[in-house]
Design a protein around this ligand. Structure first.
Ligand code: GLA
Length: 410
């Protein structure tokens, strides 16, 4: 039946008839978590790497921590489509084929992700999806794909909204629930139109493995962690369960020092960002492993309220962020953007932490909230005393602030 619907859709698309469909609801109710090949391996990928990555994640605690999407990024395709116009995998890099790779991932409890492009070619010059959307959606569904990251290179004069809607319709018609990840770098403000198109959308150009830098490529730039963070300003109200702002994949484990990795990861959790690891799963340091798998940080990211955090204050390069949580409490993160350590104090009683978007206000003047340090995993007092701390350079203090009645009045 699915096949018949698909064939009808392909014919309709060929005849220029537009069938509008809906995105798959109920997917990505919390920000997707997984791994993607691009940040570490770029075009140097093959099926052995993907299988070894999955094997490592199944045993090193990553899968158990929630990282279930294994996404093959650019450069998996053969240079040309086949004679029927089908997209095919490079037979040298993926000799077993994509269906077998998907089966391998599924058998281990992973979900299978793949990358392609809404333009004529991918950014690395492989066949893109333009004009083949319905056909490719059927192919991906037949391979057991669960997640499609769809890029924006070589798009010519195409309209982004229309183009991504065409692929959404293709996926809907193919009938397999596939998380649709829009990767048009925020160029056309997808937060204004993509809520009914995809499940996540990139808000910026590519991340770059550096805490505080900009890499200028001439016609485009890639951005460090702090630069990406600043570019999220004003976007929080567009995100929520099933439709997330995507500040790009993680660079944790790709060479930044531990404090910067911790700050990067913490802020992505505060943003309710998709957590897509981008490092080598077969050889990670203990420090990186501890950061990526910290259940308390992940719980902030995956909180089912699905509200992106906000910047409450900024002074001398020290920012205080809050994120309302489903249990009535908050995550709080103090980010020191400076290289040098900074003293920080916070007088709870005089704070006015109000989130008009989430319609939530903290009652620090009347209620003692319990504090827990997310990184030391230790209780850290209550809000009945002012908070005094020293925040190391390029690091964070991340707290879970819980209105726990049993902690009140202690
Ligand atoms: C774009 C995307 C990246 C990656 C590359 C692959 O730059 O933004 O995340 O997918 O393409 O070529």
């Amino acid at each position: 039946m699915e096949k018949i619907i698909g064939i009808v859709a392909v014919l309709a698309a060929g005849a220029g008839i537009h069938l509008h469909a809906q995105k798959f609801d109920g997917l990505a109710l919390t920000p997707p978590m997984g791994w993607n090949s691009w940040n570490k391996f770029a075009g140097d990928i093959n099926e052995t790497l993907i299988r070894e990555t999955a094997d490592a994640m199944a045993t090193n605690g990553m899968r158990a921590a929630g990282y279930v999407y294994v996404v093959v990024d650019d450069c998996w395709e053969a240079k040309e489509r086949d004679r029927q116009g089908n997209i095919v995998a490079d037979p040298k890099k993926f000799p077993g084929g994509m269906k077998a790779l998907g089966d391998y991932l599924h058998a281990q409890g992973f979900k299978f992700g793949i990358h392609n492009c809404a333009g004529a070619k991918t950014c690395a010059g492989y066949p893109g999806g333009r004009g083949h959307e319905f056909q490719d959606a059927l192919t991906y569904a037949s391979w057991g794909v669960d997640f499609l990251k769809y890029d924006w290179c070589e798009h010519g004069t195409a309209n982004a909204e229309e183009t991504y809607k065409t692929m959404r319709d293709g996926l809907a018609t193919a009938g397999r629930p596939i998380v649709f990840s829009l990767c048009e770098w925020g160029d056309n403000k997808p937060w204004l139109w993509a809520r009914d198109v995809g499940h996540l959308w990139r808000t910026t150009g590519d991340i770059y493995n550096c805490f505080d830098c900009v890499l200028d490529h001439g016609s485009w730039k890639s951005w460090g962690v702090l630069q990406i963070l600043d570019l999220q300003n004003g976007l929080r109200e567009y995100a929520g369960p099933g439709h997330w702002n995507d500040p790009d994949m993680l660079e944790v484990g790709n060479g930044m020092p531990m404090n910067e990795e911790r700050a990067h990861f913490s802020m992505w959790c505060m943003l309710a960002a998709p957590l897509i690891a981008g490092n080598d799963m077969t050889s990670m340091s203990n420090a990186t492993h501890e950061i990526l798998t910290n259940p308390e940080a992940i719980a902030v990211d995956q909180d089912k309220l699905g509200i992106q955090g906000f910047k409450y204050s900024a002074r001398d390069g020290v920012e205080t962020w809050f994120k309302p949580l489903d249990d009535g409490g908050w995550a709080m993160c103090i980010l020191n953007r400076n290289r040098m350590a900074k003293a920080f104090s916070f007088d709870w009683k005089n704070a006015n932490v109000t989130d008009t978007f989430a319609r939530r206000a903290a009652n620090f003047s009347t209620t003692a909230y319990r504090l827990r340090n997310v990184w030391t995993k230790k209780e850290a007092g209550t809000t009945s005393e002012p908070l005094m701390a020293e925040i190391p350079g390029h690091d964070v203090l991340m707290l879970r602030v819980t209105a726990n009645s049993s902690a009140q009045g202690r």
